[in-house]
Design a protein around this ligand. Structure first.
Ligand code: OAD
Length: 228
């Protein structure tokens, strides 16, 4: 499909795997070693904030040892070609898309390099090291700027609009089991988009016209080349 006008791409942990970041659900994934109900829910944070903060501090610090890979760079090329007709939605909380140079990107599940306070202002700030205990602006407690289970992802209205208007929707390196992102292919398909899945293994979920199997660092650049 080489004549698409509006393109929306959704990425998941698989696109960062070749950079050296662990996915969530593959063997030895993050959720195999950490209880989701503690480190990825508001209730977990309330009951054991120290454990949660330590978990995200570790993840944040691990970003220093990784670099964007060929798949991240290929999506920058696609954005350069399509401009405002391109939107990247990522479920990833790493900063590899942004570091590669993606500009039109929505980090729907938040960002590891941001923290926010629990005070009335909900001050959001950059944080590249361990998160500060208290907000430098108002003294309130701080939390990672991450969307946990039971919370609503960021920018859902903008995402919904883009999905219903796009001609091509591609989802890359995601197991497609976490909603609302897992429903994006259906939303795009029922609005008339051509839907492509690029993943290491087949994702069982329907609403997909084409499946391209392989490692993101190999298949995404080839796919982008065909579109450009
Ligand atoms: P998962 O860990 O659920 O899925 C990763 C997917 O990437 C799997 O389908 C793998 O087959 C695929 N994969 C692995 N290596 C790959 C490679 N080199 N190239 C291409 N594909 C590869 O991760 P997500 O789908 O991103 O949310 O998980 C979605 C959300 O669940 C995350 O954003 C996170 C988690 O709970 C929050 O923390 C809120």
């Amino acid at each position: 499909m080489g004549t698409s006008k509006k393109i929306v791409v959704l990425t998941g942990a698989g696109i960062s795997a070749e950079s050296g970041l662990r996915t969530f659900r593959d063997a030895d994934g993050l959720w195999e070693n950490e209880p989701v109900r503690i480190v990825a829910t508001p209730e977990g944070f309330e009951s054991d904030p120290e454990r949660v903060i330590t978990f995200y501090n570790k993840l944040r610090n691990s970003l220093k040892n990784v670099e964007p890979n060929a798949a991240h760079h290929a999506l920058v090329k696609l954005e350069e070609k399509y401009g405002d007709d391109f939107l990247l939605i990522t479920q990833n909380v790493d900063d590899l898309h942004q570091r590669a140079g993606s500009k039109r990107v929505i980090a729907m599940h938040g960002e590891l390099l941001k923290v926010r306070c629990l005070g009335h202002g909900e001050h959001v700030m950059y944080c590249t090291e361990n998160q500060p205990e208290k907000c430098p602006e108002c003294g309130a407690k701080m939390r990672p700027h991450i969307v946990w289970f039971g919370e609503i992802p960021f920018e859902m209205k903008r995402i919904q609009k883009a999905l219903t208007q796009c001609d091509l929707f591609a989802y890359i390196g995601t197991s497609g089991v976490v909603y609302p992102a897992a429903g994006f292919r259906q939303m795009a398909k029922s609005s008339g988009a051509y839907v492509v899945c690029l993943n290491l293994e087949e994702v069982d979920g329907g609403y997909t016209d084409e499946f391209i199997q392989g490692k993101a660092g190999e298949i995404v650049p080839k796919w982008v080349e065909k579109l450009s």
